[in-house]
Design a protein around this ligand. Structure first.
Ligand SMILES: [Zn+2]
Length: 193
């Protein structure tokens, strides 16, 4: 008896760029392509800033505590030998190490928390986006959830700002202007981007 299983459907053709007519590619696929590392495209289209992992932060904390320990040992040696320079130097080293470590750990923890908190919002704007290799623009098929064609810098500014970590943008993307009306607004929220 012949099988009635229909052939698997062909994958849908990629959406075509409204600007230049070239086939587009999902931003997620573009970023995942190793070739995108060469021309900075992976960074320019990144969904979020790179943040230190918990393990990295723990390592920084351990390094700072070791430095502080060295400072304390030095200061103790100075006290025992009644010498001023190691006492003062060791105490300063310990204080600087502890203060610096506290700042680094706090900043890294905050950065990680901001990216985690903004992830759903960023993903909603980033995942449907397509990149056009023909004219280097980014757009969403059907204009959903945002409209128009943006440069990678405008796109990243839109995503990062909406996700709440726009302060992490470097100069090139921070100064990009996202055209008004890119993101259809519910009433009363026009001034966000
Ligand atoms: Zn194009």
């Amino acid at each position: 008896m012949p099988s009635q299983t229909p052939p698997p459907p062909a994958p849908p053709a990629p959406p075509v760029c409204a600007g230049c007519g070239a086939p587009t590619r999902r931003v997620a696929d573009t970023v995942a392509d190793p070739a995108s590392l060469h021309d900075d495209l992976a960074d320019r289209l990144a969904k979020a800033p790179a943040v230190a992992s918990r393990g990295t932060t723990a390592l920084h904390a351990v390094e700072g505590l070791i430095m502080a320990g060295v400072g304390i040992a030095l200061a103790e040696g100075g006290l025992a030998g009644h010498t001023t320079v190691p006492t003062v130097g060791g105490t300063l080293l310990a204080l600087i190490a502890l203060t610096g470590t506290a700042l680094v750990v706090r900043n890294e923890t905050r950065g990680r928390a901001a990216v985690t908190a903004g992830e759903p919002r960023a993903d909603a704007l980033w995942r449907p986006a397509h990149h056009c290799p023909g004219c280097a623009s980014v757009s969403c098929p059907g204009g959903e959830p945002w409209q128009g064609r943006l440069t990678p810098e405008q796109f990243r500014k839109l995503v990062w700002t909406e996700a709440g970590y726009g302060g992490e943008l470097e100069e090139r993307a921070r100064t990009a202007d996202v055209p008004p009306g890119t993101l259809p607004r519910p009433r009363g929220a026009e001034n966000h981007v």
